[in-house]
Structures are given as structure tokens and as C-alpha cells.
Write a protein that binds this ligand. Sequence first.
Ligand code: HEC
Ligand code: HEC
Ligand code: HEC
Ligand code: HEC
Length: 192
Amino acid sequence: MRKIVWLAGALALVAAIVWIGTARGEGGAPAAEVEKKEFGFIGSQSCKACHNNPEKGAQFDQWAKSPHANAYNSLLTDESKKICADMKIAKAPHEAPECLRCHVTGWDAKAELLGAKYDRTEGVGCESCHGPAAEWKTPHIKDVPKAMTLGMIHPDEALCVSCHNPESPTYKEFKFEEAMKAVAHPNPKKAQ
Ligand code: HEC
Ligand code: HEC
Ligand code: HEC
Ligand code: HEC
């Protein structure tokens, strides 16, 4: 009898794991899978015309005054030069892959994937969190699930932690809920 209860428990566990696995995939492919395909970057300016209405949360301005929009500029400071010198990185911080990979959107994308409005001085732009938008910009307005198959990403804690981790030379402990409050840009017209 005890053996049967144990077996049922184990089966329930396996079922739960499978269920969680499938549920996470809903609304598009997992971020890691989407990233493997190569989509073009169009720059944060390409979002401004539709996402800067104060009544709908002015996402562009919210982002522009957030630390993310300053992430490239931070690499131009004496502090950054000192960090590179201490780490024995020969290149200037704003040219060093060791720094660019977390401070700039699409920093290592092939030249043909960078649109006319792409600008690396935007730092961590919209597409760092929402995915390279060349192919999803048009469909996402009406059809988010389709946009998800075209490179749109649903940002979650794991995405934040891909940059907010101890590989950052200035790492501060990352608390998702708190950090999210500091950079949130919801649309107040939508029920959250
Ligand atoms: C031509 C207008 C237009 C442009 C350009 C545009 N969007 Fe949107 N976007 C919309 C509309 C309309 C919606 C749906 C209603 C809303 O949330 O305002 C939307 C919804 C969204 C959503 C919410 C999707 C969801 O899960 O429901 C995100 C995130 C988003 N846009 C990001 C972006 C980003 C990033 C860019 C630039 C790469 C961009 N949009 C460019 C019009 C636009
Ligand atoms: C592509 C890398 C990247 C991603 C993804 C990313 N960040 Fe950041 N974040 C940075 C960098 C770089 C800075 C520092 C910007 C500066 O001051 O130059 C920063 C700064 C911040 C800050 C202020 C500095 C601090 O830590 O005290 C907050 C808050 C923050 N990010 C929250 C988030 C949240 C929440 C997410 C996920 C929704 C996220 N970030 C995703 C790179 C990233
Ligand atoms: C793994 C991702 C990552 C890498 C690699 C990285 N950074 Fe950062 N950087 C961040 C994040 C996230 C922040 C926000 C604060 C924190 O948690 O470190 C940040 C903040 C900073 C700041 C602002 C510190 C402050 O709050 O005053 C400077 C300056 C900086 N980084 C310089 C550099 C330099 C120079 C390099 C290359 C040697 C580098 N970073 C590499 C992710 C990274
Ligand atoms: C640091 C990562 C990050 C950056 C950079 C970022 N976003 Fe977001 N964005 C998020 C997260 C996280 C959410 C909340 C997703 C959710 O609702 O679960 C979000 C939500 C949104 C929404 C939906 C708002 C709602 O309440 O329906 C829009 C629209 C949006 N972002 C547009 C933009 C635009 C435009 C930019 C650039 C100007 C941008 N975001 C930059 C992480 C980011």
C-alpha cells in the first residue's frame, strides 16, 4: 500500500514538472530559444511614436530617464577606465566586449542586422528586454503570440539576471521585485 502511495506521489511530481515546462512555453518560445535565431535591431527611437503617450504610461520617457538608457555613457567615465585598467583589459571600455555585452543592445549583431535607427549609444534599449524588433514590430500591435515567434521576448527575472549577476564588475545584489519597481513602465489603462 505504502509503495503505491509513493508511486502515485512520484507520478504526480513528474506530471507537475512536465506541466510547468509546458506552461512556461505559453505565449511564445522560451527566450533562450528565440535568441538563437537572428533578428534585426531597429533602435528605441522606432518605438517612441506609439509608446510615449502620457495617458498610456509614456514608456519611452520612462526608459529614457532610467539607468538603462545611460548604460553606454557609463562606459565613457573615468570609473569605467579604472575598472578596465584593474581588469587588464586593453581596449577602451566602450569598445571592449567584456563591457559592451551588458551595457549595449545588439552589441555583437552582424552589421546587416542593424537598422538605420539602431544606435549603440542608447545603451540597454527596448530591444534588450523586448527582443530585436525588425520582424515583430508590425505584427505585435494586433497579434502578440505571432510576434513572439518573430523575436519578441516576454521579459522575466531570468532575463534581468543575464546582466544583473556577479560577472558585473560593480555587482550589487539584485532583488527582482525592488529592481522592477525602479524601472517599471506599465500602461495604467490596462488592468495589471
Ligand atoms: C505603430 C505603433 C507602434 C510601434 C511603432 C510600436 N508599438 Fe508596441 N504596441 C502598439 C500597440 C497599439 C500595442 C497594444 C496596445 C498597447 O499596449 O498600447 C502595443 C503593445 C506593445 C507591448 C505590449 C505587448 C503585450 O504583451 O501585450 C510591448 C511590450 C510593446 N508594444 C513594445 C514595443 C517596442 C519595444 C517597440 C519598438 C521596437 C514598439 N512596441 C513599437 C503600437 C506600437
Ligand atoms: C542587457 C543587460 C541588462 C538587462 C537585460 C537588464 N539590465 Fe538593468 N542594468 C543594466 C546595466 C548595464 C545597468 C547600469 C546602467 C548604468 O548605470 O550605466 C543596469 C541598471 C539597472 C538598475 C539601476 C542600478 C542598480 O542595479 O541599482 C535597475 C533597478 C535595473 N537595472 C533593473 C533591471 C530589471 C528589473 C531588469 C529586467 C526586467 C533589467 N534591469 C534588465 C543591464 C541590464
Ligand atoms: C554581466 C553584465 C555586465 C558586464 C560584463 C559589465 N557590466 Fe557594468 N554594470 C552591469 C550592471 C547590471 C550594472 C548595474 C549595477 C550592478 O549591479 O553592477 C552595471 C553598472 C556599471 C557602472 C555604474 C556603477 C554605478 O552604479 O555607479 C559602471 C561604471 C560599469 N558598470 C562599468 C563596466 C565596465 C567598465 C565593464 C567592463 C569591464 C562592465 N561594466 C561590464 C552589468 C555589467
Ligand atoms: C530592462 C528591461 C526593459 C527595457 C529596457 C524596456 N522594457 Fe518594456 N517592459 C519590461 C518589463 C519587465 C515589462 C513588464 C512585462 C509584464 O507585464 O510582465 C515591460 C512592459 C512594457 C510594455 C507593456 C506595458 C503594459 O502595461 O501593457 C510596453 C508597451 C513596453 N514595455 C514598452 C517598452 C519600450 C517602448 C521600451 C523602450 C523605450 C521598453 N519597454 C524598454 C522590460 C523592459
